[in-house]
Design a protein around this ligand. Structure first.
Ligand code: COA
Length: 378
């Protein structure tokens, strides 16, 4: 008997770059840059033509964000006070590109956990906050590397890319256009972070995650039912990156000074104040629609940007201060990894959940954008 397709999450995957930068190492290199800048520009600073730069501090970073360290694809380039950006060698067209490569690692991890052969996957969505080139799509390169017969395309919704990808994959399954969809989130955030900007130099890290969304008919035992998803966007300039194909040559990483708008820039205070209530309301509205109360929520896997934001959102959703068990954070080791953050939190913190347990994967970020994915362990 045929019945309507039902999208579920079969498995997730994770790739973590080997290199890691502690806050201490990061601040030492930043402060070396500040000392160089201030001494080389001493005359201009004394004449009032240039601002003196201030040092960063480990205490500030930990208190303001909860971030303890981050993994990166190139530590040496980032920590070099005369360079302060990853050195990522350009590859020939017949070599796999780095974003596809790390995406494939994460995708293979998800496929192995689901016991799925790549030949049985129908589509690949590469959903991330930055694409390394406009075309051919990263997703098509990942599809090719995995040997998938089907289709792929790229999606960019900044930090919310993964949840937007999950809903898109779920919709393909509901519509009968696919039975098995890989959503891949390669995030080389170190390439768009301004490592010379004191206000934000500590925020991001690199990683790749993958989510296998499938029709329940073919999903492995122990999969996660998707109870409901909701996406929302509302225009804001408070998190912005103006790099693009119409301004190439204006602000490559090496030439940029602090606050280049061709890299990540934000009004962190405004983001904090505006996004916390906006996301908390979205979650609570969705819980009402799904008939869920705070006490029904076993665990929240929230976007990993800032522990204080997550503490406030979780408190509003659960009705009490969340424990690490109820709202796990990966900021201490991964920092903010844009779209991958809530997926890492899920990937590393779900094995102990029992059949019938309900949880929420939630992302939020630039756009503004936010996505909720309510799941239940089977
Ligand atoms: N080291 C030491 N001091 C620093 C510093 C650093 N690296 N960066 C800023 N400061 C100082 C500021 O100069 C300021 O000093 P003042 O009070 O004397 O003027 C003080 O610390 C507070 O700065 P502010 O920028 O207001 O910090 P904050 O408490 O708002 O925290 C963020 C900054 C970015 C961590 C915080 O706003 C935030 O997390 N916002 C959410 C946005 C987000 O995470 N976005 C990511 C994309 S989703």
């Amino acid at each position: 008997m045929s019945h309507a397709p039902q999208p579920v999450i079969s498995a997730t995957g994770l790739f973590t770059p080997a290199e890691r930068i502690s806050n201490e190492e990061l601040v030492a290199s930043f402060n070396a840059y500040v000392a160089l800048h201030n001494s080389e520009n001493a005359a201009a600073i004394a004449a009032g033509e240039m601002a003196e730069l201030s040092e960063s501090s480990v205490e500030f970073i930990e208190k303001a964000s909860g971030i303890g360290s981050r993994h990166v694809v190139d530590k040496a380039g980032i920590l070099d006070p005369r360079h302060m950006a990853p050195r990522i060698a350009e590859r020939a067209n017949d070599e796999i590109s780095i974003m596809a490569e790390i995406g494939v690692f994460a995708a293979k991890n998800a496929l192995a956990r689901a016991g799925r052969d790549a030949r049985d996957v129908d589509a690949v969505l590469c959903a991330a906050s930055n694409m390394q080139r406009p075309y051919p799509a990263m997703a098509v390169e990942i599809q090719d590397a995995l040997g998938i017969d089907g289709f792929g395309f790229d999606m960019n919704v900044a930090c919310s890319s993964a949840t937007f990808g999950i809903q898109t994959a779920a919709d393909y399954i509901r519509a009968g256009h696919a039975k098995s969809v890989l959503v891949v989130n390669p995030e080389i955030c170190s390439g768009h972070l301004n490592w010379r900007d004191r206000d934000s130099h500590f925020i991001f890290g690199d990683v790749a995650t993958a989510i296998l969304v499938e029709d329940r008919d073919i999903a492995p035992a122990g999969h996660w039912d998707i109870l409901g998803t909701k996406l929302k966007t509302q225009f804001s300039n408070n998190i912005r990156n103006n790099f693009g194909f119409l301004n190439r040559g204006h602000g490559g990483i090496d030439q940029d000074g602090p606050k280049s708008d061709k890299l990540f820039v934000q009004e962190g205070r405004k983001v904090f104040k505006e996004v916390v209530p906006w996301v908390a309301n979205l979650i609570v509205e969705q819980m009402d629609l799904l008939g869920l109360k705070g006490e029904d929520m076993r665990r929240l896997w929230l976007h990993q940007a800032n522990t204080n934001m997550n503490r406030l959102i979780a408190q509003r959703v659960l009705g009490h201060e969340a424990s690490e068990d109820e709202s796990p954070t990966v900021l201490d080791t991964y920092g903010n990894t844009s779209s991958a953050g809530s997926i890492i939190a899920f990937h590393l913190n779900h094995e102990d959940m029992a059949a019938g347990d309900t949880g929420l994967i939630c992302s939020f970020g630039a756009g503004y954008s936010a996505g909720t994915v309510f799941v239940r362990k089977t």
